[in-house]
Write a protein that binds this ligand. Structure first.
Ligand code: SF4
Ligand code: MG
Length: 367
């Protein structure tokens, strides 16, 4: 099956007075159908901008300057049955090269109709601040009904009914009463549920969730995560889940993409990342999680230093000032290669490039 979303060498830069900020600087990643891909990393690594780039919601003065965002809503299996009524259409679609059905979102006008239609119908996004995303001027019902009717031909009454159904679906008790409430009358957790209801109202194929639980207390967090996993299992929706919380990743991810300063440093399945992390940054991130149970009193290690501002991006490997394994003369001068390991995992670190490491070692001996 073709992946639902394939981001290739994406670059999103912000053109500020001091020069371009390379917030996303060559990101490549894949979101398979029906799976959850978590994008992790400390704040300021370009996770949110990657999500916003897919949606065409990068704020001024930023824009996508290079790369592709291949969007393939129809997969091969669905196509053959979807065209069932019209044999002509079916055969034509069958004959079509598979890539012809992929749209490059990066090539569409972010303010244009085509992207707006995809954004409303096929891709939805949930943000970190539920209160800020809802309007205080309109009731929950008004906001839900408007969204539903924007995407589905439906009478107000039917949209209202569907709204109540959706609120119940996301676990809001006494949904009918809540329909008439305003966002400020609801708790943060309730607002986030309403946002999720609005986001799934159009039956998206991809949900981009940007730190959707960060503003919530731990119990509510857990409920929202369960809820998203449930909806996903029922609908075969894919998720791009952006978070800095590795505990959440362990619960929800199929695949993990680790970002550092605008680049992907490592990607792999959730098992691979947690049990066999390769990149020094991933290892440092994992070492910084507080451990449960025995030895819990031992303080987690923190990663030395801080993420530099993208304007002061270090030369060579952007992680080298904080890396315990940095090789002098190599890591501080040349950008590390992205190495594909035998099982398909990708790591952007010189340690996995045999030739480079051997050359560096010989250089050391010579000195
Ligand atoms: Fe560390 Fe060098 Fe690998 Fe960068 S390339 S992560 S500095 S070892
Ligand atoms: Mg963010």
């Amino acid at each position: 099956r073709r992946p639902l979303l394939r981001i290739e060498s994406l670059k999103t830069h912000f053109f500020v007075d001091d020069g371009p900020v390379r917030a996303v600087d060559g990101v490549t990643l894949t979101v398979p159908r029906g799976k959850t891909v978590c994008i992790v990393g400390e704040s300021g690594c370009g996770k949110s901008i990657t999500g916003r780039s897919v949606m065409g919601l990068v704020e001024h003065p930023g824009r996508v300057v290079d790369g592709h965002i291949w969007w393939s809503p129809a997969d091969g299996d669905q196509r053959s049955s979807a065209g069932g009524r019209n044999p002509l259409r079916r055969s034509r679609r069958h004959a079509a090269d598979s890539d012809q059905d992929a749209v490059d979102l990066a090539a569409l006008d972010p303010r244009g109709e085509a992207l707006r239609r995809i954004r409303g119908n096929e891709i939805s996004m949930v943000f970190q601040e539920p209160m800020a995303s809802l309007s205080p001027m309109y009731t929950i019902a008004e906001q839900l009904i408007e969204t539903i009717r924007l995407h589905r031909r439906m009478s107000k009454r039917d949209a209202y009914r569907l709204g109540v159904e959706l609120l119940t679906r996301v676990g809001i008790p006494r949904a009918e009463q809540r329909m008439n409430a305003y966002s400020f009358q609801l708790s943060g957790g309730m607002c986030q549920r309403v946002m999720i209801a609005i986001a799934i109202a159009c039956g998206p194929k991809l949900l981009i969730a940007d730190e959707p639980t960060t503003a919530l207390d731990v119990t509510t967090q857990a409920r929202i995560i369960d809820l998203l996993a449930e909806i996903q299992a029922e609908t075969d929706m894919s998720m791009m889940f952006i978070t800095h919380d590795l505990g959440v990743v362990a619960q929800i991810a199929d695949e993990v993409v680790v970002m550092y300063l605008g680049t992907v440093v490592e990607q792999g399945s959730v098992e691979e990342i947690f049990h066999d992390p390769k990149h020094p940054y991933t290892r440092a991130l994992l070492a910084s999680i507080p451990k449960m149970g025995v030895g819990a009193r031992k303080r987690p290690e923190t990663i030395r230093g801080q993420v530099p501002h993208p304007l002061n991006r270090p030369a060579g490997c952007p992680f080298h000032p904080r890396c315990d394994q940095a090789i002098a003369g190599v890591c501080d001068t040349s950008e590390p290669p992205t190495v594909e390991l035998p099982n398909g995992r990708r790591v952007r670190c010189v340690l996995y490039d045999r030739e480079l490491v051997t050359t560096a070692a010989k250089g050391d001996q010579a000195v």
